[in-house]
Design a protein around this ligand. Structure first.
Ligand code: HEM
Length: 296
């Protein structure tokens, strides 16, 4: 029989990945796309956003059920209304998970209903996805200390999760902008897509700086040292995550200073952003695993 812990790791990866797309790609499309490319970009993004919204809501609801089963060490409790109610109302983990599931459902509904020009719904969907991601600061290792360190750690974790998921999620919107460049529809749209890719630079640099600083503080608060012990799986996976982030950073620099100025041949830019997206997914998968391990 498959263990609830294994299912919880898969659901964490699904929630963090889908949340990153809803929050990061949604807000990048809203904040960075100039008018000449905004609606075509949203049309490209719509199937991805809607898929991510569906995964977000389902994974958050199933996660609540699986955590109930895990807490009672009995799979049948996952579908027992009374066990679900008890877990969701009387435990800290249950309250956090049910608030998270509510935010996920609201975010998903807004994104699924945000067709065409219903920008306000997309804004709300992206914003609630951000709140959903921020809620990870109130569970797991982010909540392992007592006051006053706890508040510092929670604030740091919120900044870390939001900057990291903005960066990785925004890459999906940038990928769509690069695809527009590749297809060369009209002069206006090409100009708009190039402008959007350039506009990402200041936001991207800010996100990278925040993610690096808060990631280092997170490591110090949770582990108390650099992740150099090869005998610890937690440290190995954290080190792999930092290495993947370093490669993402290298690709981001190459995109901005090498591929984007040569946007007359955008295939390389598309490929480079695709690799960056895959590394972002790897980073999220790694944190979904090591965030559940003992930090030794
Ligand atoms: C693209 C860059 C990054 C992304 C998307 C990212 C994403 C995340 C997310 C979503 C979490 C929260 C997991 C949870 O609360 O369950 C997290 C936690 C964490 N991150 Fe990052 N991160 C990035 C970069 C970094 C870097 C550069 C470092 C180290 C310098 C780092 C160190 C950590 C640590 C130590 C945790 C806590 C894990 C735990 O709960 O035990 N992250 N990260």
């Amino acid at each position: 029989m498959i263990e609830p812990e294994t299912v919880i790791i898969c659901l964490r990866a699904a929630m963090l990945g889908a949340g990153a797309v809803c929050f990061g790609a949604g807000s990048a499309a809203l904040l960075l796309a100039p008018p000449q490319v905004a609606s075509v970009l949203r049309a490209y993004l719509q199937p991805v956003l809607r898929g991510a919204a569906g995964v977000l809501a389902v994974a958050a609801l199933v996660s609540l059920a699986v955590q109930t089963a895990d807490a009672s060490e009995d799979w049948s409790q996952a579908i027992s209304p009374s066990a679900l109610f008890m877990f969701a109302t009387t435990t800290h983990a249950g309250r956090t998970s049910s608030a998270r599931a509510l935010l996920a459902v609201v975010s998903a509904l807004c994104i699924l209903l945000a067709r065409g020009n219903r920008i306000a719904l997309l804004r709300l969907g992206s914003l609630t996805a951000g709140l959903f991601l921020a809620s990870f600061a109130f569970s797991g290792h982010a909540a392992m200390h007592d006051e006053p360190t706890r508040t510092l750690q929670e604030a740091n974790h919120i900044a870390h999760v939001l900057s990291g998921t903005f960066w990785t999620g925004a890459l999906v919107a940038l990928f769509c902008a690069a695809i527009i460049l590749l297809r060369r529809p009209s002069g206006d749209q090409v100009e708009g897509a190039e402008l959007m890719l350039r506009r990402f630079s200041p936001a991207g640099v800010t996100a990278v700086v925040i993610v690096g600083l808060t990631g280092a503080l997170n490591t110090w608060l949770i582990l108390g040292r650099a992740p150099l012990d090869r005998g610890s799986i937690y440290q190995l996976l954290l080190a792999a995550k930092i290495a993947a982030v370093a490669v993402m950073l290298g690709l981001a620099l190459a995109n901005r200073f090498y591929f984007l100025p040569r946007a007359t041949r955008p295939a390389a830019l598309v490929a480079s952003i695709a690799i960056e997206c895959a590394l972002g997914a790897l980073v999220i998968a790694l944190v979904a695993v090591f965030g559940t391990l003992e930090p030794v």
